[in-house]
Write a protein that binds this ligand. Structure first.
Ligand code: GLN
Length: 282
């Protein structure tokens, strides 16, 4: 079977799955082939008429996608903030909207009043480590990040080493900041915030449920994070949230002494906030 014939057959096998997440079958077929052969896209265009090596191995990958395994888990990579992070099953795949949370956090860090030493940042729910790593790469902050999942912590450490910031970020296994001490200038989190009864597509359901679902209403973990932020006296809190959680976040933040600004994602949905603790000592 030639490379071209394999690509065509693969595209038709994955077309139904692509309808679910809006992916382009021809493009996914090529991405899977790049992964299978370890080649760049140019190689494919130059070798369309060549016989494909290990046809079964290629169609095994195609089958994984047809069974709704996200492409990023199959290729082991995801792009975020202009970088390529390692990803794997068991850990949330980075989403483009989380880049806005990184931007907002960097803005807060750059506007902190001049102080002795580096700003101190804590992250709750590091996942693949994208947020903490992007903050480390673009500021002089010292960062401590938690996660409850060993798979996530291992992957986050691997990514931190990949980008040479392993000395700037400490990854700790715990919920919230339960095993993390000290005071922080900024607490950042993209926590699980989806309501349990929300219907997710089959690809997203292959991601870890503990990274997606925040509880019956969805905003339970976010509310706990606001309480942690207040109790620990953090100066700033920046979080991603669900499109329908603005009102409940606004109330919880106000009640706990935070002045908040909300931001929208690229699709125009409410997606997060940055909040200043009016009682923190500056
Ligand atoms: N911080 C990681 C991310 O933004 C993981 C978040 C999560 O698992 N809920 O992708």
């Amino acid at each position: 079977m030639t490379v071209n014939d394999a690509l065509k057959a693969a595209a038709s096998q994955i077309a139904p799955a692509c309808e679910i997440n809006g992916a382009n079958p021809a493009r996914v077929a090529k991405a899977l082939l790049m992964r299978h052969l370890g080649v760049k896209i140019e190689w494919i265009f130059l070798n369309l008429t060549r016989e494909l090596d290990d046809v079964d191995g290629y169609f095994a990958l195609v089958k994984r996608f047809a069974n709704h395994e996200p492409l990023e888990y199959i290729t082991g990579e995801a792009g975020f903030y202009g970088l390529t992070f390692n990803v794997k099953k068991g850990v949330l795949i980075p989403r483009p909207e989380t880049e806005i949370l990184v931007e907002k956090s960097l803005e807060i860090l750059s506007n902190l009043p001049a102080q002795k030493g580096s700003p101190l940042v804590a992250e709750i729910g590091a996942g693949s480590g994208i947020i903490s790593i992007c903050l480390a790469l673009n500021s002089n902050a010292k960062i401590i990040a938690s996660d409850i999942s060993d798979d996530a912590l291992n992957l986050a450490r691997e990514n931190a080493a990949k980008f040479g910031v392993e000395d700037r970020i400490e990854f700790v296994k715990c919920a919230y900041l339960d095993q993390i001490y000290g005071r922080f200038d900024l607490l950042v989190s993209n926590p699980p915030y989806i309501a349990l009864d929300y219907e997710l597509d089959k690809f997203v359901l292959n991601e870890p449920h503990e990274a997606l679902f925040g509880g019956a209403a969805g905003d339970e973990i976010l509310k706990n994070i606001i309480l942690v932020a207040k109790n620990r006296g953090v100066k700033y809190l920046a979080c991603e949230m669900g499109y329908d959680q603005r009102e409940s976040m606004q109330n919880a933040l106000k009640f706990n002494g935070f002045e908040a600004e909300f931001y929208k994602d690229l699709a125009g949905f409410d997606r997060g906030f940055v909040a200043r603790n009016i009682f923190a000592n500056f």
